[in-house]
Design a protein around this ligand. Structure first.
Ligand SMILES: Nc1ncnc2c1ncn2[C@@H]1O[C@H](COP(=O)(O)OP(=O)(O)OP(=O)(O)O)[C@@H](O)[C@H]1O
Ligand SMILES: [Mg+2]
Length: 369
């Protein structure tokens, strides 16, 4: 596929006094893509968006939009629209006037403005509200108006900064779906900022995970979920979070063992790959997702069920294994009870091995398929 570049950041750094808000960030977003920036509060997401939109000037690095260096270009000349977390509708104007605003600024003729406003209103299902005053709308409709106001001017790039945070949970899911539908229909390039991992996984074509001003991993939601680059991402993405067990990798009778402070656990009956062999003797943290383990009648690890939690259509079993506690998913129909002794089987194909000293991923899967 020939992917055309919509935005590119090249070694962008932004400091506020001693705080490095954005630290040597580089990434590119392709045309028509929905790209998310995911990370915890304060990691530099908003600053990155403000740099792309031109509201903030980077201290170092360059910003390109459709191949043109816009680093020195003022915001109004970039054809980029930013939707904030707090809604910026004009409360005394009605929805029609709110959407029309950007077109008036551009001094488009009335008939053309009317046509465009109605098209966008249709797309966002705002047609019935065109006469409502902005201030009278509910929060999710206000946010729709804010998005409509952006879309109507046909930006090269739509930037959304946690646009659904203030919308209540029930409506948020619907808004997410609508956003994705609109993005697909119009083919608008979008950068979507969120601290909500599920939102990023659901929406994105590709996503970047940020921490402390840096981008740690870029990939499709599947890549990030299946192959997190370090323990931070492994913990941050996915719910319930990945389980971790700490220990040293050893070999015993040809089997791969994790030796923790209090017990030994067979990870695999054989050691096939040289990648695994190279890690023997290393202090590691092994990680596995709750859905990559099963409670079975036979298995290598014994534990006790401490809690059976029902979440939607499945059970989360909290299992104490010696000093550690792990979560394992089970079918809703299973009949596990608290206090029950069980054996845990961990899928060796889906086991992650991280380096203990820095949390970096060393390997995924300890047997070959
Ligand atoms: N104008 C500013 N002056 C001083 N410090 C700032 C300014 N803007 C951002 N910062 C600091 O830069 C860092 C990154 O902030 P930023 O708002 O980009 O993070 P964020 O990822 O958007 O966080 P949140 O999820 O809370 O919105 C933070 O430490 C923040 O306090
Ligand atoms: Mg922010």
């Amino acid at each position: 596929m020939n992917r055309q570049e919509a935005v590119k950041l090249e070694n962008v750094t932004k400091r506020f006094g001693n705080v490095v808000a954005v630290n040597n960030v580089s990434f590119e977003v392709y045309k028509g893509e929905l790209f998310s920036l995911l990370g915890p509060s304060g990691c530099g997401k908003t600053t990155t968006l403000r740099i792309i939109s031109g509201l903030e000037r980077p201290d170092e690095g360059r910003v390109y939009i459709e191949g043109t260096d816009v680093t020195e270009l003022p915001a109004r000349e970039r054809r980029v629209c930013l939707v904030f977390q707090e809604y910026a509708v004009f409360p005394h104007m009605n929805v029609y006037e709110n959407i029309e605003f950007g077109l008036k600024v551009k001094m488009l003729p009335r008939a053309e403005r009317d046509k465009k406003v109605k098209e966008v209103a249709e797309l966002l299902e705002l047609v019935d509200y065109l006469n409502y005053k902005g201030g009278r709308l509910g929060l999710s409709d206000q946010q729709k108006v804010a998005i409509a106001r952006c879309l109507v001017v046909e930006p090269k790039l739509l930037l959304l900064d946690e646009p659904l945070t203030l919308v209540d949970a029930r409506v948020r899911e619907r808004m997410r779906r609508e956003l994705k539908r609109i993005q697909r229909e119009l083919g608008t390039t979008m950068i979507y900022v969120t601290h909500d991992q599920l939102e990023a996984l659901m929406l994105s074509d590709r996503m970047a995970v940020m921490r402390n001003g840096k981008i740690i991993q870029i990939g499709t939601p599947e890549e990030i979920y299946d192959n997190p680059a370090d323990m931070f991402i492994a913990t941050f993405v996915g719910s319930p979070a990945m389980n971790f067990l700490e220990g040293v990798l050893e070999v015993e009778e040809g089997m791969l063992i994790l030796k923790t402070s209090s017990y030994k656990y067979v990870l695999s009956k054989s050691i096939e790959s040289s990648a695994v062999q190279n890690l023997i003797g290393t202090e590691v943290v092994i990680g596995f997702r709750p859905e990559d383990a099963e409670v079975r009648h036979s298995g290598e690890v014994e534990g006790v069920i401490k809690l059976v939690e029902i979440v939607e259509d499945r059970k989360i079993l909290h299992i104490k294994i010696n000093e550690d506690e792990v979560k394992v998913l089970a079918d809703i129909f299973t009949s596990f009870t608290e206090g029950q002794k069980v054996k845990v089987w961990i899928n060796p194909l889906r086991l992650h091995i991280f380096e203990k000293k820095n949390g970096k991923k060393l390997l995924k899967g300890v047997v070959s398929r």
